[in-house]
Design a protein around this ligand. Structure first.
Ligand SMILES: [Zn+2]
Length: 447
């Protein structure tokens, strides 16, 4: 059976991920993502009404025109998790394919939100829920799609595996190796090891190289949780304002913030549109998340909440707000500029449970937000966080578990691939032979 892999997007950048695998006449697409930084760099662009070709020209979504060079039928579109760099282009591209979107319940619910906001294209692909550990048949020639449970900075992430007569194709984006996650099951390393040894083994592994230049091991979410517990408990006797921010989609982290706010005697309140959206979605699909935490996404409700906090006393509350990257229109940045009713006083605490995404726009905006907060007298606690991506020892363990015949580094630029190339070369892989550094828009024939 002929096997081809089209590396469509996310092979020159972190963002706009999209890969297609053709096995015989059947094709499965993994991820259809957005490169958000290519959108944000233009001030206040609304992508909802934009045509896909314009977004392709901007480098914001994958250039899927290479799909016409793949000779087969698309059977499924499989987003691995709910981050925008993996689902953000579904509303713009999926309608071109007569295939269902197959994902875990939380991811699928986020996809629904994306396509509901879309104004340019109508979306009528079927939506199929599939949980980690489950499989589905693809086409009529013995292909099977399996979801293996992984751990990442968003809940219900999976690594999809396409089983073919030539071996398994393991799509390894995005994950860290977490054996004590705060929500959900640990990463299923046992299953990866089995896949590496059953049948014809693993024909190809596509790997998330986000942190491939970093030594050591990415800590568990439980470590971030303890760091957060320590930080908030150190403020237990403070009677003024405490504000926290994190990735809105990081449900486990928001849950920890909510729980520790209560433990130090404060009422947590989630504020900002995306805070409300992701946490509300988590409650809706029955994720282990506090059901009784107040959350507000709209401006009027947020203004009223801030008024209430100021009247009742800031010391009774812990607002968890958007703005961890210093985004100009996010809640924390507006608070820093004095544009809300929440007044920061000397000594008030602001906890960033996020690191700065290393990109000049973010770095500049976050710097500005922290400076503005400091000018209001706030004390800033940065980087109470652990990454959601494997570092080098995790990559080593994955190669050891899967023993793939071919490896394709992804989810980085050339510079970001270098650490992975070193590591894989040490394990006996050779560039151009079975270790394939590629770029966007290529098709590779493996069999
Ligand atoms: Zn991700």
């Amino acid at each position: 059976m002929e096997i081809e892999i089209a590396t469509i997007g996310g092979y020159e950048e972190v963002g706009r991920q999209m890969t297609a695998v053709r096995a015989g006449n059947d094709i499965v697409i993994f991820d259809m993502g957005l490169n958000l930084s290519k959108v944000l760099i233009h001030d206040n662009i609304q992508t909802e009404g934009m045509h896909s070709l314009d977004l392709i020209d901007m480098g914001a979504i994958p250039d899927d025109r290479v799909m016409s060079d793949l000779d087969g039928e698309v059977r499924a579109i499989v987003p691995t998790h709910g981050h925008l760099d993996h689902i953000g282009a579904i509303s713009k591209l999926a309608h071109r394919y007569d295939a269902p979107v197959v994902a875990t319940p939380f991811t699928l619910e986020l996809v629904k939100g994306e396509v509901e906001d879309e104004q340019k294209f109508s979306f009528d692909n079927d939506l199929i829920e599939m949980d980690a550990g489950e499989t589905m048949q693809i086409g009529d020639h013995g292909l099977e799609l399996e979801f293996v449970n992984v751990t990442h900075s968003i809940v219900q992430a999976i690594n999809p595996v396409l089983h073919t007569p030539e071996g398994a194709i393991v799509y390894g984006l995005d994950k860290r190796m977490d054996h004590t996650p705060v929500i959900g099951a640990p990463i299923d390393m046992k299953r990866f090891r089995e896949i590496g040894r059953e049948g014809n083994g693993v024909l190809c592994y596509i790997e998330d190289c986000t942190n491939a230049n970093k030594q050591g091991r990415t800590p568990s979410e439980n470590v971030a949780r303890e760091h957060l517990r320590d930080t908030l408990y150190s403020m237990e006797d403070y009677t003024g304002g405490i504000v926290a921010t994190t990735f809105s989609s990081h449900i486990a982290r928001v849950k920890s913030l909510v729980e520790f706010a209560r433990e130090i005697g404060r009422q947590p309140i989630l504020l900002g549109r995306s805070m409300d959206h992701y946490s509300g979605t988590a409650q809706q699909v029955g994720i282990d998340f506090p059901s009784d935490v107040p959350m507000f996404g709209y401006r009027q409700a947020i203004d009223q909440t801030f008024e209430r906090i100021m009247n009742d006393g800031k010391g009774n509350f812990l607002p968890v707000v958007t703005g961890h990257q210093g985004e100009p229109r996010a809640m924390l940045t507006r608070m820093a500029r004095g544009e809300t009713n929440y007044e920061l006083d000397d000594g008030d605490k602001v906890v960033f449970s996020a690191r700065v995404i290393p990109e000049p726009t973010n770095e500049g905006q976050r710097y500005q937000a922290e400076k503005l907060l400091g000018m209001q007298g706030a004390r800033v606690y940065s980087d109470v966080h652990v990454s959601g991506h494997l570092c080098q020892e995790g990559h080593y363990e994955m190669l050891d578990a899967l023993q793939p015949q071919h490896v394709i580094p992804a989810h980085q630029d050339l510079n970001g691939f270098s650490g992975y190339v070193d590591l894989a070369s040490d394990q006996g892989y050779a560039l151009g032979r079975d270790l394939h550094v590629t770029s966007n828009g290529n098709i590779m024939q493996l069999v």
